[in-house]
Design a protein around this ligand. Structure first.
Ligand code: SPV
Ligand code: MN
Length: 608
């Protein structure tokens, strides 16, 4: 068999070969050489951290037509296929060897079978195309948190997105050294038709946690293809579990308290439940909006944003709700819009705060208001899961410590869902154990457009990480419980619910009210306000909320609103615990403490 370096030499230009070989990493050489043999690209481009290499990727995305320029400088748009608009859970599976103890819990395919399938889909998939080999780092570079990654893709849109979303990692990669580990991602968009992946039935996203490698084929939607995002999260949760830290589906934001005090919060919410908008609350500062690593350093919980950009939902971003994002989306600067409506070189989306054109081009092709799809469903102007990709450094509300390699101290942890009838708008758990079990491990949410499938179905979503768990839930809960073991004062844990409704189905809160809940939590973490103890946790006192509403939203907060929002819904709470307990009862490895905790809360609820 030919040596990897010989294959590289034969198939790469001298310049690109040189960029690769200085990394002096046998495993990397094999990865690229094997990919070349299998996919047969016309050429190979190795992307270093040099600005001219990144510029080459941007231009390649335009040249191949995967992105098109918009009128505003730096702005481009991209469309994914009509049926490629969200994470496709049905074809996202773990590659497990027969007899693996994870087989009963994870959606999986037998490894050799899965690899055979992938081989047949990857075979010659890059004929006539350029293969891109690029390097990024999860977490800040030169940090205890850093994880080096190598991505192979034939999609310049994917590489371009990654260059916005992740710290550039070519220089960092030089430190990896032969023999040590790094994450590998291999993607092909497969055969294209009208610029989008054609073979939907051959779409696969397969994850191999034993070898830290993820394969993605016949898809373009970033949640299925951008290796470092949700694909890496699965590898990282596995790594973190072995090493005693946490990899979470969490934002990181700085809440600004009195006298210039900044308290950092992390928050886990299922997709499209207000995670990004919480990280972007006006007057506060953002570190990250999607994925965080939490480690114990010097007896404290520290966290970093795994990313450096935002792949955010664009629907309802308007000057009133999200002024900072709206500005970044309308000023010149590097932005990729995906699956929005385009007319005369300008992007439009639902809820942008202005009237939309009645026609244009969108993810369905030439579009006119009222158009229906093959199922007879109306095609909206922009897709509900249409997104923007931009650098956090473009945002006026970026936190000064976005790239702090030591991370920021976690002051509080927030868990949220989309729940119309149970949780109060904000509540602090009585302690870490109750926070992990009755808040994080009890998240339920109505499904949204971020994943393919029916919307609005109440779904259990442990720590908002359910889709990404590479291990049994019981083990994951135990990891979370244990995380605080040797910490003197672990960060308080809160739950929030922005989606509470009254009996008539009307929302009980305004979109901007989240600012008050978070600022209350900020005061609470710092011991500035008292709270009322309920069977499920600590809730705010009315008079503290009156002040916060007044000072921050110029709103009168009535006693009636308070009572509607903060009354403990005993029956609903009990029913919820029953639903969640049932899930854990069916799960063999649930820690006993889970049931003990639920029983204690149920007893308190019944007493009340
Ligand atoms: C989410 O759906 O949670 C996202 C976008 O953050 S995706 O990349 O699709 O995961
Ligand atoms: Mn997410």
């Amino acid at each position: 068999m030919a040596n990897a370096k010989d294959i590289l030499k034969k198939n790469m230009s001298q310049q690109n070969y040189d960029k690769l070989v200085v990394l002096d990493n046998e495993k990397l050489f094999n990865f690229v050489a094997d990919a070349i043999k299998l996919t047969n690209p016309a050429s190979v481009f190795v992307c270093t951290d040099k600005p001219e290499d990144m510029q080459y990727i941007r231009e390649l995305a335009i040249k191949t037509g995967e992105e098109k320029k918009l009128k505003t400088k730096g702005h481009t748009y991209h469309f994914d296929g009509y049926s490629d608009q969200g994470r496709d859970k049905s074809v996202t599976k773990y590659l497990l060897t027969k007899g693996s103890k994870l087989e009963p819990v994870l959606s999986h395919v037998e490894k050799s079978e899965g690899l055979n399938e992938l081989n047949s889909f990857f075979k010659d998939s890059m004929v006539g195309r350029e293969m891109i080999v690029c390097f990024f780092c999860l977490g800040p570079t030169n940090s205890e948190f850093s994880i080096s990654c190598a991505q192979i893709t034939d999609s310049p849109y994917v590489a371009h997105s990654e260059s916005i979303l992740y710290r550039w990692g070519y220089e960092q990669f030089k430190k990896v050294g032969t023999g040590s580990n790094f994450f590998r991602f291999m993607h092909t968009e497969g055969e294209l038709e009208g610029g989008v992946s054609k073979n939907k039935e051959k779409r696969r996203i397969y994850i191999d946690v034993e070898d830290d490698i993820v394969y993605s084929v016949n898809t373009q939607y970033a949640g299925n293809t951008v290796g470092l995002k949700k694909l890496a999260l699965r590898l990282t949760i596995n790594k973190a579990s072995k090493e005693g830290w946490l990899a979470e589906h969490m934002f990181v934001m700085g809440a600004h308290g009195p006298n210039g005090r900044i308290t950092y919060f992390t928050g886990a919410f299922p997709s499209a439940c207000g995670k990004t908008s919480t990280a972007m609350i006006s007057g506060q500062t953002i570190i990250g909006d999607d994925i965080a690593y939490l480690r114990k350093i010097d007896g404290k919980i520290k966290c970093v944003n795994v990313e450096k950009g935002v792949f955010g939902i664009i629907q309802d971003v308007n000057p009133d709700n999200d002024p900072a994002i709206y500005k970044a989306l309308t000023d010149p600067g590097e932005v990729i819009f995906s699956n929005v409506l385009i007319k005369d070189g300008k992007p439009y989306w639902l809820g942008m705060g202005q009237e939309l054109p009645k026609d244009g081009v969108n993810h369905s092709g030439q579009w006119q208001a009222g158009n229906k799809d093959a199922n007879g469903d109306e095609i909206t102007a922009s897709h509900k899961n249409a997104r923007y990709t931009l650098n956090i450094s473009e945002l006026a509300n970026r936190d000064p410590r976005i790239d702090d390699s030591e991370g920021v101290e976690v002051g509080g942890i927030i868990y949220g869902g989309r729940d119309s009838d149970t949780w109060v708008p904000i509540e602090q758990a009585l302690n870490w154990t109750e926070g992990i079990i009755s808040k994080g491990a009890s998240i339920e949410s109505e499904t949204t457009a971020a994943t393919l499938g029916k919307e609005g179905v109440r779904t259990f979503n442990i720590m908002a990480n359910m889709d990404f768990l590479p291990l049994p839930m019981g083990k994951y809960i135990q990891n979370n419980l244990d995380f605080a073991n040797d910490i003197e004062n672990p960060a308080p844990i809160f739950s929030v619910n922005y989606f509470l409704r009254n009996k008539e189905g009307k929302y009980l809160n305004g979109i901007l009210d989240k600012k008050v809940w978070i600022l209350w939590a900020e005061l609470r973490v710092n011991g500035d306000v008292d709270a009322i103890k309920t069977p499920t946790g600590w809730i705010p006192k009315y008079e503290d909320l009156v002040k916060l509403f007044n000072n921050n939203l110029k709103k009168d907060y009535t006693k009636e609103s308070y009572e509607q929002q903060f009354t403990t819904r005993i029956q609903e709470q009990l029913a919820k615990i029953d639903r969640i307990e049932k899930i854990y009862e069916e799960n063999a490895d649930t820690p006993k403490l889970v049931f003990k905790t639920f029983n204690a809360i149920k007893a308190r609820l019944k007493d009340a």
